[in-house]
Design a protein around this ligand. Sequence first.
Ligand code: GAR
Length: 216
Amino acid sequence: MTNAPRSRRVVVLASGAGSTMRAVLDAARDESYGARVVGVITDKDDAGALAIAHEHALPTAVVRLADFESRALWDQAIARTIATFDPDLVLLAGFMRLLGEPTLDRFGGRIINTHPALLPAYPGAHGVRDALAGGAKVTGCTVMLVDAGVDTGPIVAQAAIEVLDDDTEATLHERIKDVERGLVARTLGRMARDGWTVTGRSVRIGAAPSTIREEP
Ligand code: GAR
């Protein structure tokens, strides 16, 4: 017998180095974490996340936009591919594309994203660069639920990071990522273990009926 909570199935979508996903994989070594990665999907052949997935003997899928005749067909393929892993939660860990209706219709409300800025400031593909260009003195990272907009979903967790006078996009992003990896891993674990509710724009983890499906 074990007192560990049921382990929620997480599919990770990643386009980049995969260090955020690695933090989740490390956290999930603890059986009380409450979530485990069951598959990794990327839109790029050379995503570092793929190599990390292979290290962990995880099933992977590469769904390249260029292989499809239209964006709509790619959207459908992404949704179908996610579904093959039968996830409880979908984590976007540096996935640099917007998800379309097929994925939102099927998994909306349980897709989690992370962004390297304090939303609603500096959304989009260049959150770090835009914060620097905007003269921000404090920026950070945001874990949020995904909706149809660009980084507009309800905020789940945030952490602030000071911008230094001599920061470049690279140095600032590295300091953000140092904090972000822990924030994502902790937040995903809490959501998997305790569920969450969304009231208007406000997300609360725990102390309420879970939005994650119950066991059949
Ligand atoms: C993270 O900083 C994440 O917030 C960002 O990509 C990085 C992924 O790093 N995502 C976005 O900018 C999405 N708009 P990783 O590949 O090392 O996990």
